[in-house]
Design a binder for this molecule. Structure first.
Ligand SMILES: O=C(O)CCC(=O)C(=O)O
Ligand SMILES: [Fe+2]
Length: 262
Protein backbone atom coordinates (compact mmCIF):
# COMPACT_ATOMS: atom_id res chain seq x y z
CA UNK A 1 0.00 0.00 0.00
CA UNK A 2 2.89 2.35 0.87
CA UNK A 3 4.36 1.60 -2.59
CA UNK A 4 1.03 2.25 -4.31
CA UNK A 5 0.58 5.60 -2.57
CA UNK A 6 4.13 6.58 -3.49
CA UNK A 7 3.53 5.58 -7.12
CA UNK A 8 0.46 7.83 -7.25
CA UNK A 9 2.16 10.85 -5.67
CA UNK A 10 5.16 10.54 -7.96
CA UNK A 11 3.13 9.99 -11.15
CA UNK A 12 2.63 12.62 -13.83
CA UNK A 13 -1.04 11.62 -13.87
CA UNK A 14 -1.66 12.77 -10.29
CA UNK A 15 -2.52 16.27 -11.48
CA UNK A 16 -5.65 14.91 -13.17
CA UNK A 17 -6.97 14.07 -9.71
CA UNK A 18 -6.31 17.49 -8.18
CA UNK A 19 -9.47 19.01 -6.79
CA UNK A 20 -10.18 21.14 -3.74
CA UNK A 21 -13.98 21.01 -3.75
CA UNK A 22 -15.81 18.17 -2.06
CA UNK A 23 -18.34 16.18 -4.05
CA UNK A 24 -16.08 13.53 -5.50
CA UNK A 25 -15.07 10.29 -3.80
CA UNK A 26 -11.44 10.64 -4.87
CA UNK A 27 -9.55 13.91 -4.41
CA UNK A 28 -5.89 14.91 -4.51
CA UNK A 29 -4.79 18.15 -2.87
CA UNK A 30 -2.27 19.81 -0.61
CA UNK A 31 -3.69 20.72 2.83
CA UNK A 32 -7.48 20.68 3.20
CA UNK A 33 -7.22 24.08 4.90
CA UNK A 34 -4.80 25.72 2.44
CA UNK A 35 -5.70 29.41 1.86
CA UNK A 36 -7.56 29.41 5.20
CA UNK A 37 -4.68 29.24 7.67
CA UNK A 38 -1.44 31.18 7.97
CA UNK A 39 0.96 28.28 7.43
CA UNK A 40 0.54 25.26 5.17
CA UNK A 41 1.71 21.82 6.24
CA UNK A 42 4.47 20.18 4.19
CA UNK A 43 2.23 17.44 2.83
CA UNK A 44 0.04 16.33 -0.09
CA UNK A 45 -2.91 13.98 0.29
CA UNK A 46 -4.94 11.63 -1.86
CA UNK A 47 -8.38 11.12 -0.26
CA UNK A 48 -10.43 8.04 -1.18
CA UNK A 49 -13.91 7.65 0.30
CA UNK A 50 -14.25 3.85 0.27
CA UNK A 51 -17.38 3.06 2.34
CA UNK A 52 -20.32 2.82 2.53
CA UNK A 53 -20.44 3.25 -1.26
CA UNK A 54 -17.00 2.82 -2.83
CA UNK A 55 -16.05 4.62 -6.03
CA UNK A 56 -16.18 2.70 -9.31
CA UNK A 57 -12.70 1.22 -9.98
CA UNK A 58 -12.14 3.68 -12.85
CA UNK A 59 -12.76 6.56 -10.46
CA UNK A 60 -9.52 5.55 -8.66
CA UNK A 61 -6.07 6.42 -10.06
CA UNK A 62 -4.64 3.50 -12.00
CA UNK A 63 -1.25 3.80 -10.23
CA UNK A 64 -2.76 2.57 -6.95
CA UNK A 65 -6.25 1.31 -7.92
CA UNK A 66 -5.90 -2.41 -7.13
CA UNK A 67 -4.04 -1.96 -3.87
CA UNK A 68 -6.40 0.77 -2.61
CA UNK A 69 -9.38 -1.51 -3.24
CA UNK A 70 -7.75 -4.49 -1.54
CA UNK A 71 -6.33 -2.46 1.36
CA UNK A 72 -9.64 -0.74 2.06
CA UNK A 73 -11.50 -4.06 2.23
CA UNK A 74 -8.97 -5.45 4.67
CA UNK A 75 -8.72 -2.34 6.81
CA UNK A 76 -12.53 -2.14 6.91
CA UNK A 77 -12.67 -5.70 8.29
CA UNK A 78 -10.02 -4.84 10.83
CA UNK A 79 -11.94 -1.70 11.84
CA UNK A 80 -15.08 -3.75 12.37
CA UNK A 81 -13.16 -6.23 14.56
CA UNK A 82 -11.69 -3.35 16.56
CA UNK A 83 -15.14 -1.81 17.08
CA UNK A 84 -16.28 -5.15 18.50
CA UNK A 85 -13.33 -5.29 20.88
CA UNK A 86 -13.81 -1.66 21.90
CA UNK A 87 -17.52 -2.32 22.57
CA UNK A 88 -16.57 -5.23 24.81
CA UNK A 89 -13.94 -3.13 26.55
CA UNK A 90 -16.74 -0.70 27.42
CA UNK A 91 -18.81 -3.58 28.86
CA UNK A 92 -21.27 -3.46 25.93
CA UNK A 93 -22.36 -6.17 23.53
CA UNK A 94 -19.83 -6.66 20.70
CA UNK A 95 -22.03 -5.13 18.02
CA UNK A 96 -22.85 -1.97 19.99
CA UNK A 97 -20.49 0.51 18.29
CA UNK A 98 -21.15 -1.05 14.89
CA UNK A 99 -24.90 -0.76 15.45
CA UNK A 100 -24.33 2.93 16.19
CA UNK A 101 -22.80 3.17 12.67
CA UNK A 102 -19.38 4.25 14.03
CA UNK A 103 -17.60 2.32 11.29
CA UNK A 104 -20.01 2.72 8.43
CA UNK A 105 -18.00 5.35 6.60
CA UNK A 106 -14.36 4.71 5.68
CA UNK A 107 -12.10 7.40 4.24
CA UNK A 108 -8.45 6.72 3.36
CA UNK A 109 -6.12 9.70 3.69
CA UNK A 110 -3.03 8.73 1.69
CA UNK A 111 -0.35 11.22 2.76
CA UNK A 112 2.95 12.08 1.05
CA UNK A 113 5.41 14.27 2.97
CA UNK A 114 8.14 15.42 0.54
CA UNK A 115 11.66 16.13 1.87
CA UNK A 116 11.49 19.57 3.47
CA UNK A 117 14.34 22.05 2.78
CA UNK A 118 13.75 23.90 6.08
CA UNK A 119 12.21 21.42 8.53
CA UNK A 120 12.71 23.70 11.55
CA UNK A 121 10.25 26.15 10.07
CA UNK A 122 7.52 23.79 8.86
CA UNK A 123 5.25 21.02 10.10
CA UNK A 124 4.39 17.83 8.25
CA UNK A 125 1.01 17.75 9.93
CA UNK A 126 -0.01 20.36 12.51
CA UNK A 127 -1.20 19.37 15.97
CA UNK A 128 -4.72 17.96 15.94
CA UNK A 129 -7.07 15.35 17.30
CA UNK A 130 -8.86 13.16 14.77
CA UNK A 131 -12.50 14.26 14.44
CA UNK A 132 -13.81 10.72 13.93
CA UNK A 133 -14.44 7.55 15.94
CA UNK A 134 -11.38 5.49 15.01
CA UNK A 135 -8.23 5.79 12.90
CA UNK A 136 -6.00 2.93 11.74
CA UNK A 137 -2.66 4.34 10.63
CA UNK A 138 -0.09 2.71 8.39
CA UNK A 139 3.24 4.52 8.15
CA UNK A 140 6.59 3.88 6.51
CA UNK A 141 9.93 3.67 8.33
CA UNK A 142 10.76 7.36 8.36
CA UNK A 143 9.15 8.36 11.65
CA UNK A 144 8.15 11.88 12.66
CA UNK A 145 4.75 11.12 14.19
CA UNK A 146 4.40 12.32 17.78
CA UNK A 147 1.65 12.01 20.39
CA UNK A 148 1.14 14.37 23.29
CA UNK A 149 1.33 12.67 26.64
CA UNK A 150 1.21 14.72 29.86
CA UNK A 151 2.28 17.86 28.00
CA UNK A 152 5.29 16.16 26.42
CA UNK A 153 5.69 15.16 22.78
CA UNK A 154 6.47 11.47 22.50
CA UNK A 155 7.90 9.93 19.30
CA UNK A 156 5.89 7.06 17.86
CA UNK A 157 8.35 4.39 16.70
CA UNK A 158 7.83 3.35 13.11
CA UNK A 159 7.84 -0.40 12.79
CA UNK A 160 7.58 -2.16 9.45
CA UNK A 161 4.11 -3.58 8.87
CA UNK A 162 2.72 -2.23 12.15
CA UNK A 163 -0.64 -0.50 12.25
CA UNK A 164 -1.37 2.17 14.81
CA UNK A 165 -4.85 2.55 16.27
CA UNK A 166 -5.95 5.98 17.34
CA UNK A 167 -9.30 6.97 18.86
CA UNK A 168 -10.94 10.19 17.76
CA UNK A 169 -12.99 12.92 19.44
CA UNK A 170 -16.34 11.31 18.63
CA UNK A 171 -15.26 8.10 20.39
CA UNK A 172 -14.30 10.16 23.45
CA UNK A 173 -17.72 11.83 23.37
CA UNK A 174 -19.83 8.66 23.11
CA UNK A 175 -17.67 6.76 25.61
CA UNK A 176 -18.10 9.62 28.10
CA UNK A 177 -14.32 9.97 28.49
CA UNK A 178 -13.73 6.22 29.05
CA UNK A 179 -11.68 6.40 25.85
CA UNK A 180 -9.55 9.43 25.12
CA UNK A 181 -8.81 10.99 21.79
CA UNK A 182 -5.18 11.92 21.60
CA UNK A 183 -3.46 15.01 20.30
CA UNK A 184 -0.80 14.30 17.67
CA UNK A 185 1.34 15.87 14.95
CA UNK A 186 3.96 14.96 12.33
CA UNK A 187 7.30 16.77 12.17
CA UNK A 188 8.67 17.86 8.81
CA UNK A 189 11.97 16.23 7.85
CA UNK A 190 14.84 16.96 5.49
CA UNK A 191 14.72 13.32 4.43
CA UNK A 192 11.84 11.83 2.58
CA UNK A 193 9.39 11.33 1.15
CA UNK A 194 7.47 9.97 4.16
CA UNK A 195 4.31 8.07 3.31
CA UNK A 196 1.39 7.22 5.56
CA UNK A 197 -2.21 6.10 5.19
CA UNK A 198 -4.75 7.16 7.81
CA UNK A 199 -7.96 5.10 7.56
CA UNK A 200 -10.71 7.20 9.15
CA UNK A 201 -13.83 5.46 10.46
CA UNK A 202 -16.87 7.67 10.90
CA UNK A 203 -20.55 7.57 9.98
CA UNK A 204 -21.54 7.90 6.36
CA UNK A 205 -22.78 11.31 5.32
CA UNK A 206 -26.08 9.98 3.95
CA UNK A 207 -29.14 11.98 4.96
CA UNK A 208 -30.21 9.43 7.54
CA UNK A 209 -26.86 9.30 9.30
CA UNK A 210 -26.26 13.02 9.05
CA UNK A 211 -29.19 13.76 11.34
CA UNK A 212 -28.43 11.01 13.85
CA UNK A 213 -27.61 12.38 17.28
CA UNK A 214 -24.55 11.17 19.19
CA UNK A 215 -24.28 11.52 22.94
CA UNK A 216 -22.58 9.59 25.76
CA UNK A 217 -23.83 5.98 25.53
CA UNK A 218 -26.71 5.40 27.95
CA UNK A 219 -25.17 2.29 29.51
CA UNK A 220 -22.05 4.28 30.44
CA UNK A 221 -23.95 7.05 32.18
CA UNK A 222 -25.22 6.91 35.77
CA UNK A 223 -25.70 9.18 38.73
CA UNK A 224 -22.06 8.54 39.60
CA UNK A 225 -20.97 9.12 35.99
CA UNK A 226 -23.18 11.88 34.59
CA UNK A 227 -22.97 12.67 30.87
CA UNK A 228 -19.97 14.88 30.17
CA UNK A 229 -20.96 16.00 26.67
CA UNK A 230 -23.96 17.46 24.94
CA UNK A 231 -25.43 15.60 22.00
CA UNK A 232 -24.43 16.45 18.45
CA UNK A 233 -24.71 15.13 14.93
CA UNK A 234 -21.50 14.12 13.15
CA UNK A 235 -21.79 17.02 10.65
CA UNK A 236 -22.53 19.33 13.60
CA UNK A 237 -19.37 18.18 15.32
CA UNK A 238 -17.31 18.50 12.16
CA UNK A 239 -18.64 22.02 11.52
CA UNK A 240 -17.29 23.04 14.88
CA UNK A 241 -14.04 21.15 14.17
CA UNK A 242 -13.47 22.96 10.88
CA UNK A 243 -14.50 26.31 12.32
CA UNK A 244 -11.69 25.90 14.81
CA UNK A 245 -9.18 24.94 12.16
CA UNK A 246 -10.22 27.55 9.66
CA UNK A 247 -11.33 30.53 11.67
CA UNK A 248 -9.23 30.30 14.77
CA UNK A 249 -6.32 28.24 13.46
CA UNK A 250 -5.66 27.01 16.96
CA UNK A 251 -6.26 23.31 17.09
CA UNK A 252 -3.17 22.91 19.21
CA UNK A 253 -4.62 24.66 22.24
CA UNK A 254 -7.84 22.70 22.73
CA UNK A 255 -9.57 19.98 20.81
CA UNK A 256 -12.94 21.25 19.49
CA UNK A 257 -14.45 18.59 21.75
CA UNK A 258 -14.03 21.01 24.66
CA UNK A 259 -16.87 23.16 23.36
CA UNK A 260 -19.27 20.18 23.63
CA UNK A 261 -18.46 19.59 27.28
CA UNK A 262 -21.35 20.11 29.68
O1 LIG B 1 0.86 10.87 8.72
C1 LIG B 1 0.65 10.49 9.87
O2 LIG B 1 1.38 9.70 10.46
C2 LIG B 1 -0.54 11.02 10.63
C3 LIG B 1 -1.61 11.61 9.80
C4 LIG B 1 -2.76 12.07 10.63
O3 LIG B 1 -2.63 12.31 11.80
C5 LIG B 1 -4.09 12.24 10.03
O4 LIG B 1 -4.27 12.04 8.82
O5 LIG B 1 -5.02 12.57 10.79
FE1 LIG C 1 -4.53 12.53 12.77
Amino acid sequence: MIGGVRRFHESEGRRDWYMREKGRKVLYFSNFNLFKVAAADWRDTLVCEMAPSPPEPQELPESCRDIVIEFSERVHNLGMALLELLSEALGLKPSHLKDMHCGEGLVLLCHYYPPCPDPERAMGCSTHNDGNFLTILLQDQLGGLQFRHEDQWVNVPSQKGALLVNLGDLMQLISNDKFKSVSHRVLAKATGPRISVASFFRTSFGIEQASKLYRPIEELVSEEHPPLYQETTVPGYLASYYAKVWEENRLDTDSPLASFRL
